[in-house]
Every structure is written in structure tokens, then in C-alpha cells.
Ligand binder design. Structure first.
Ligand code: BV8
Length: 262
């Protein structure tokens, strides 16, 4: 480890030692070392020619439900085949060092829960939950895929409704509101935490991208973990310019050396 990285790790550890409440805002970058392509990276194979931002919209689903369904079936297979990486594990281990750790994730891959984190706010939903595209019950009508006879090529019709709805993933698409409770909890955490770790996000998508700014405006310390710079890098009190699967275990080791709550 070069001296620069060592100094930044120590700086980040010193910001964390002794605090009560840690918020972690994670994006697709934290799952990259598990083998899940980040949201903006060109996707693999047949999906390389599609911009995810153009697929993750209600219009795209209305226009071509089968195309969007196939995309989520592809991503679900990818995600089911991989495991949390040392970055996810390190975040889960933070819970042993601090009284309160809340993971606010933009990811829909369920990796933080698999790694053992227990307080997780899924800002953009989950690829493990499915619902009717037409809110046929007048509210969110969840669908258990296990009860359906479906295939990965065609979006199945919603089994509950007469509105001609299809089954879609319970994720937040561009132009859709975030789940109110999740957003409220995330905003509260940004204002109430002592330190916010911002890991693996390009900090470009709102309202998630505002959370580090809210934390900073509330006088909190920010630590960014990302091999690249982002629009919130200048707000960070410590920056770990490295992959999260490398930087977070090093941060955890530094904290464990002296005991975080001293
Ligand atoms: C909303 C779920 C109110 C789906 C996602 C104009 C018109 C309409 C809307 C807007 C508008 N202007 C702004 C908006 C709001 C819009 C928005 O922000 N647009 C942006 C693009 C300008 N937001 C919305 O629409 C949100 N809803 O605002 O509702 C509203 C409604 C109508 C009109 C106005 C307002 C809903 C946004 C949620 C969209 N859903 N995902 C799915 O996954 O299929 S977003 C998706 O992309 C992700 O969830 C994530 O949030 C986002 C960005 O991805 P990142 O996670 O940051 O990943 P990315 O690939 O970008 O970056 C990866 C990072 O990792 C990089 O920095 C890289 O350096 C780093 N990295 C790489 N390797 C590693 C690493 N880091 C660490 N370790 C490594 N090894």
C-alpha cells in the first residue's frame, strides 16, 4: 500500500473512531467486484447496445414490455450467480464497531443483506420483488413469480388484474418517485448521522445524489470511496481513490487496530 493511500485510510479511520451513527450511501460500484456491471458501464453481450438509462423507464416498459422484462431477467441471472465481495462484507462488519450503521443503497441487487448488513434502505427497490405494472389493486400489487408459469422472453400478464397490467420489477425507474418511507429514512439519516461513507456511486442520479450534500450541509463528515472522482468528491473530508473491495477492508483493519469506539 503506498504512503498516500495509507495516510488517507488513517484519515478516514480517525474521522470514524468514536462516532455513534454511520450512514453508508452505496451505488453500483460496490457490486462491481462481485461481477455485476455498474449501471453506466456498457453492458455485456446483447445488452451492450442499450443505455440502461433508456431501459429503466416506464415509457420503455410501455413501449416494449418484453424487451425490458428480458433485461431484468438477464440482470437477475447475473446477480443470482454472484456473491457479496469484501467491500459489502466490510460494511456489514461496521455494525460490530458502531452503535448505529444504516446502509442506504441505490442498488437493487440485495447484496448488502446477503453480506449481513441489517439496517438497509433500498432507495430504488429490489430485483427480488415483482409487482403489477398497472397498480391493479389501487396500490402496489405484489406478484410472487413462483406462482406463475412464465418465461424469460415475455413479460407475464399480471395474474390479479383486468387492467391489462404486466408483471414488472419493484424497482424505481427514471421519472418515478422513490418509495416515500425509504426516502424519508435516507434524508433523516443524512441529517442525523455523524459520518457518511459514500461508496461506489457516480453521484449523478437524484435525489440519491443530494444525500451527501445534505449530510455536509448538516455539518457531517464525508468519506468517499471510489476509484474515480465524482461531483461530490470536493465535499469529502477523506477520499479513498481505490476499489471499495480493497479500500473498505483496509479501513476496517485500521479501525480494528485501535478499537473504533475509543
Ligand atoms: C425522481 C433502479 C421525482 C433501476 C435507478 C429530468 C426529467 C425527469 C427526471 C429528472 C430530470 N432531471 C433529473 C431527474 C431526476 C432523475 C435523475 O436524477 N436523472 C439524472 C440521470 C439526471 N431521477 C429520477 O427520475 C428519480 N425519480 O426524481 O422522481 C421526479 C419524477 C419526474 C420528474 C422529475 C422528478 C428516480 C431515479 C432512480 C432511477 N433508478 N436504478 C435499475 O437498477 O434497473 S438509477 C441507477 O443509476 C442506480 O440505481 C443508481 O442510482 C444510478 C447511478 O448509478 P450508480 O449506482 O452511481 O452507478 P454508476 O454506474 O452511475 O456509477 C458507478 C460508480 O462506481 C462510478 O462512480 C465508478 O467510478 C464507481 N466504481 C466502479 N468500480 C468501483 C467503483 N466504486 C467502488 N469500487 C469499485 N470497484
Amino acid at each position: 500500500m503506498d504512503d498516500d493511500t495509507k495516510a488517507n485510510i488513517e484519515k478516514a479511520a480517525s474521522l470514524l473512531r468514536g462516532v455513534q451513527r454511520v450512514a453508508v450511501l452505496s451505488g453500483a460500484g460496490i457490486s462491481k467486484e462481485s461481477g455485476v456491471p455498474t449501471f453506466r458501464e456498457a453492458q455485456h453481450g446483447l445488452w451492450a447496445r442499450y443505455d440502461p438509462q433508456q431501459l429503466a423507464t416506464p415509457d420503455a416498459f410501455r413501449r416494449d414490455p418484453d424487451l425490458v422484462w428480458r433485461w431484468y431477467m438477464y440482470r437477475r441471472r447475473l446477480i443470482e450467480a454472484v456473491a457479496p465481495n469484501p467491500g459489502h462484507m466490510a460494511i456489514a462488519h461496521l455494525e460490530a464497531l458502531f452503535p448505529q450503521v444504516t446502509v442506504i443503497t441505490q442498488n437493487i441487487d440485495g447484496m448488502h443483506a446477503k453480506a449481513g448488513s441489517t439496517t438497509i434502505v433500498e432507495l430504488h427497490g429490489s430485483i427480488y420483488r415483482w409487482k403489477c405494472s398497472e397498480l391493479c389493486g389501487g396500490e402496489t400489487m405484489f406478484v410472487d413469480l413462483g406462482t406463475l408459469d412464465y418465461n424469460e422472453e415475455h413479460a407475464p400478464p399480471c395474474p390479479h388484474c383486468e387492467e391489462g397490467g404486466y408483471v414488472r420489477p419493484d424497482v424505481v425507474w427514471f421519472g418515478e418517485m422513490l418509495p416515500r418511507a425509504a426516502l424519508e429514512q435516507a434524508l433523516d439519516e443524512a441529517a442525523q448521522c455523524d459520518v457518511m461513507l459514500v461508496v461506489g456511486t457516480s453521484a449523478m442520479v437524484e435525489p440519491a445524489a443530494s444525500l451527501p450534500r445534505i449530510a455536509k450541509k448538516s455539518g457531517k463528515r464525508l468519506i468517499e470511496v471510489n476509484p474515480e472522482g465524482t461531483p461530490i468528491s470536493h465535499l469529502a473530508d477523506a477520499v479513498l481513490r481505490a476499489p471499495s473491495g480493497v479500500a473498505l477492508p483496509m479501513l476496517l483493519a485500521a479501525l480494528n487496530e485501535e478499537g473504533a469506539t475509543q
